[in-house]
Design a protein around this ligand. Structure first.
Ligand code: DUC
Ligand code: ZN
Ligand code: ZN
Length: 474
């Protein structure tokens, strides 16, 4: 066979194996894995480099409608540019249903936002905020079977929270149609109570965002979500787990034989609540406001134990970007009066892979194959994209990252290529860097330069099939 492209001499890493092989690419797919493949029209010398499946970030927010006067800093063009720069070839973004709007309409709106804009392939999870009888009875089932088999529910936020009754109803639809529910597990009433109390005490700085939602708030909601899942009899995914307390609930449920999946994110490995203090409690602390908030060193250690020990299936960025020096972002006039109004979220889609590689693989905490599973393969298996995405095997899309394991880089705002005007990881030294990102055999990012075209990234309808079991007791 004549190949369009041969990637020669690299060390191929999958979630199962590490070994030397050339890769032959034909029509955007992997067509051969062997030594000494014949010369092709196009060749890439990968000697000295790792050859990984392209990163899949299954938790990003692009162009999400926010409260009055707040604008998300990335749409699909800048968000997927940043994703490609960071070694990702697929993102799963959320399509949020504003209350009072049909879910189908929300999905159509997101297609319009993404069409012709994306540098990498993309799919949508739904965010269900208004589970009316029409949504539960018609829209959700129809969407699940037409390529959107996962949806997120919130247990907090005025505009997003579902009651326990509504959670149970949404979970029932998931059971009937084989969808996966992703849960934002923080309890509304505890947060409201704490926020009101802190404000009465004059504690309004961004730092108090972390005090308004301590780990027990996450633990309580995680336990409640698990109990609802047990009642209905479904697996669920607890997203953005920040520390030991929620992990313990997840492990407890698995010990009872439940399928509870878990995701964590870079902010819980390398940031702490002290970052929310900024410089002497100035406004810069708002740069780190996200939910759940980063915790402390002991929580970071707990998350590492969870990554090493199989508690977590996926490591995602939870890229949720706002600009800092901007009244439509972290410096919204109301945000200056209280942490209550600071938009929740931080950018991270470009930093995710380098942070986990550097802190995890280079420091000997996880293996290369575990890195690939946590950042690519498991996302594909969880969310209905495997085996087309998430591995290097014959027949899969040629979504490939060439990775220099020794390259030392200082993370800076410029390298992130996102729409936000800062990175919370500014100045962090990492070892290991994506030097080339290929999507379906085409070079998208080359040593930090974006060489792909917006619009080459395609929408990915997904299947309900999940090919991943959480460790029964981890
Ligand atoms: N939840 C997310 O998943 N992302 C940002 C903010 C939030 O609360
Ligand atoms: Zn969330
Ligand atoms: Zn998120």
């Amino acid at each position: 066979m004549e190949f369009d492209l041969v990637i020669r001499g690299g060390t191929v890493v999958t979630a199962a194996d590490v070994g030397r092989s050339d890769i032959g690419v034909k029509d955007g797919r992997i067509a051969a894995l062997a030594d000494n493949l014949p010369r092709a029209a196009s060749e890439i010398d990968a000697s000295g480099l790792l050859v990984l499946p392209g990163g899949i970030d299954s938790h990003v927010h692009f162009d999400q409608p926010m409260g009055p006067g707040i604008v998300m800093a990335d749409g699909f063009e800048s968000g997927t540019r940043s994703a490609a720069a960071g070694g990702n070839t697929t993102v799963l973004s959320f399509a949020l249903q504003p209350r009072g709007q049909s879910l189908r309409q929300s999905v159509e709106d997101y297609h319009k936002k993404a069409k012709g804009q994306s540098y990498v392939d993309y799919g949508f999870h739904l965010i269900v905020t208004d589970p009316t009888p029409a949504v539960l009875g018609q829209e959700l089932p129809a969407l699940v079977s037409s390529g959107y088999p996962s949806f997120k529910v919130f247990m907090t936020y005025d505009d997003l929270v579902l009651t326990d009754r509504q959670l149970l109803e949404v979970f029932s639809v998931a059971r009937e149609h084989g969808a996966l529910v992703m849960v934002h597990a923080e309890g509304y009433d505890q947060i409201k109570f704490m926020t009101d109390r802190l404000e009465r005490e004059g504690k309004t700085h961004s730092y108090y965002h972390a005090e308004s939602r301590p780990e027990l708030v996450e633990r309580e909601a995680t336990h409640r979500a698990i109990s609802h899942a047990e009642l209905i009899g479904i697996p669920i995914m607890i997203v953005h787990v920040s520390g030991r307390e929620a992990m313990e609930q997840i492990q407890w449920a698995r010990g009872r034989g439940m399928k509870i999946y878990a995701e964590t994110c870079p902010q819980y490995l390398v940031l702490t609540a002290d970052d929310l203090k900024g410089l002497n409690m100035d406004m810069s602390g708002a740069k780190y406001v996200c939910s759940p908030p980063p915790r402390d060193r002991a929580s970071q250690d707990a998350i590492w134990r969870g990554l090493e020990g199989g508690v977590f299936q996926t490591f995602s960025s939870d890229h949720c970007p706002f600009r800092f020096d901007d009244e439509a972002g972290k410096n919204h006039p109301k945000a200056r009066t209280s942490f209550r109004w600071v938009p929740n979220g931080i950018p991270g889609v470009a930093a995710r892979l380098p942070i986990l590689f550097s802190e995890g693989v280079a420091k000997g905490r996880i293996t290369l194959s575990e890195f690939v599973a946590l950042t690519s393969t498991n996302h594909a298996k969880m969310y209905g994209l495997y085996p087309r995405k998430g591995s290097i095997m014959i027949g899969a899309d040629a979504d490939i990252v060439l990775w220099d394991a020794d390259k030392k880089v200082r993370l800076t705002q410029d390298l992130m290529q996102h729409g936000s005007d800062y990175t919370p990881y500014e100045g962090m030294e990492v070892t290991g860097w994506p030097v080339k990102t290929l999507l379906r055999g085409e070079l998208v990012a080359d040593d930090g330069r974006i060489v792909g075209k917006p619009g080459y990234g395609q929408f990915l309808p997904r299947e309900t099939t999940r090919r991943l079991e959480p460790a029964a007791r981890s």
